[in-house]
Write a protein that binds this ligand. Structure first.
Ligand code: NAI
Length: 391
């Protein structure tokens, strides 16, 4: 198996600069490629400042300075030349299939035979990215969570034609990357299905939250009370603050994507459609569920609306977990829980479901009727509890 030494970071934006940082910390040589000079400057500054801070805190390996690490980072705007000696190219450019396909082809054409192209896409099929290049066996997914230096999870995804060797190299490489907040968890995604593991398992919960916010809107219930229902006790941000923070447009596009790929039941709800139409996207536009013009809102959660049955969220996610087990995306429920914990910092639904699947299945029968969403019906693995042995 080829040992990776030379990495090309293709796309040096929000994700790329963070991924480059962890590759450099692990001792790899990194060449950054981006079409924007401004982004390159910002990324270099981010890495320099980051390493200097780590050095000041004594968090760099013994005898290694920020300057030593930065010496392993260079820039080359000409992709074909930049990948000449690359062992691994990690791609984090805009989320557009045609752009990624074109870059994948250029990389495979101009890099050594063994070079692996790993896409950090959060939603596009790895198989489709590899289509059109003449070595699809060398193409895999390597999905980091934001920010890459802090979030422990990396999903390594097998496209339909990815070779086992490319997957093994991707997994071994990912495991070698440090994480500033605990031990990395690398999840092998055995099948290229929409959303991979974490985003997929959490995605259908939007059907229930859309239902709740639409209902609250119709009844004129204040968002703070709905938020009090939806928010977990120890979360760093309330649920609706987090929705505003991430951006309502992001949720909207994600739901349309799953509506196209998995089921029309994912289509955005009325409130979400209205927010997008009116430009109430959350933090980025100053208004979402809350007013952000004076900074992060501090909602008063002392009064609940009483609309939410929290077990429904767990049941929906556990059901989706069982679906990806049925589809062969993962082979054990424990991987799902570990991945959610490492990628999102909250516990996954599967362990709880091992003891409560009958109750969950009943609840899902009831709620699929109530919400008029056939997709929420319990799948066979959840109904029968057969997933319990797939540890
Ligand atoms: P970004 O917009 O911050 O960075 C994208 C970069 O790609 C920009 O700097 C842009 O100049 C560059 N670029 C565009 N076309 C290029 C080309 N032809 N050649 C070279 N560079 C080019 O976007 P971000 O957020 O870093 O996302 C990048 C990828 O990572 C996307 O596929 C996204 O879905 C994925 N992702 C994003 C996460 C997030 O939370 N932002 C989390 C996980 C994955």
């Amino acid at each position: 198996m080829t040992k990776v030494k030379n990495v090309v970071m293709l796309g040096f934006g929000d994700m790329g600069k963070g991924i480059a940082q962890v590759c450099l910390m692990a001792g790899y040589n990194v060449i950054a490629v981006d079409v924007s000079d401004e982004i390159i400057e910002k990324g270099l500054e981010y890495n320099k400042n980051g390493f200097e801070k780590l050095e000041a805190k004594g968090k760099l390996p013994e005898g290694i300075s920020a300057g030593d690490i930065m010496a392993n980072l260079s820039v080359n705007k000409a992709l074909a030349e930049a990948v000449k000696n690359a062992d691994l190219v990690i791609e984090a450019v805009v989320e557009k299939l045609d752009v990624k396909q074109k870059l994948c082809n250029t990389v495979i054409e101009n890099s050594p035979d063994h070079c692996i192209f790993a896409s950090n896409t959060s939603s596009i099929s790895i198989t489709e990215i590899a289509q059109g290049c003449n070595k699809p066996q060398n193409v895999i997914g390597m999905h980091f969570f934001n920010p890459a230096p802090l979030m422990r999870l990396i999903e390594v995804i097998k496209g339909d034609k990815s070779s086992d060797e490319a997957m093994d190299i991707g997994v071994e490489f990912s495991e070698s990357l440090p994480c500033l907040r605990g031990k990395r968890f690398v999840a092998r995604v055995l099948k290229d299905r929409p959303g991979f593991i974490v985003n997929r398992v959490l995605s259908p919960s939007s059907m229930y939250s859309n239902y709740i916010v639409d209902l609250a809107y119709e009844k004129g219930i204040p968002w703070e009370q709905v938020d009090a229902d939806l928010s977990g006790p120890n979360a760093p941000m309330t649920s609706l603050t987090l929705s505003d923070f991430t951006g309502r447009d992001i949720a909207y596009h994600a739901q349309l994507y799953y509506a196209e790929k998995l089921s029309p039941d994912f289509k955005p709800g009325n409130v979400l459609k209205m927010q997008v139409k009116e430009g109430k996207l959350g933090k980025k536009t100053g208004q979402g569920f809350y007013d952000w013009s004076q900074g992060r809102p501090q909602p008063d959660l002392s009064k609940k609306a009483g609309l939410v049955n929290r077990l429904v969220f767990g049941a929906i996610s556990a059901n989706e977990g069982c679906r990806i087990l049925e589809e062969g995306v993962v082979s054990s429920w424990s991987v799902i829980d570990e991945a959610i914990l490492a990628g999102m910092n909250f516990p996954g639904p599967m362990k709880f479901a091992t003891e409560h699947y009958e109750e969950m299945a009943k609840l899902l029968e009831e709620y699929s009727e109530k919400l008029q969403k056939p997709y929420l019906k319990p799948c066979e693995l959840l109904k029968t509890g057969k997933f319990v042995d797939m540890v």
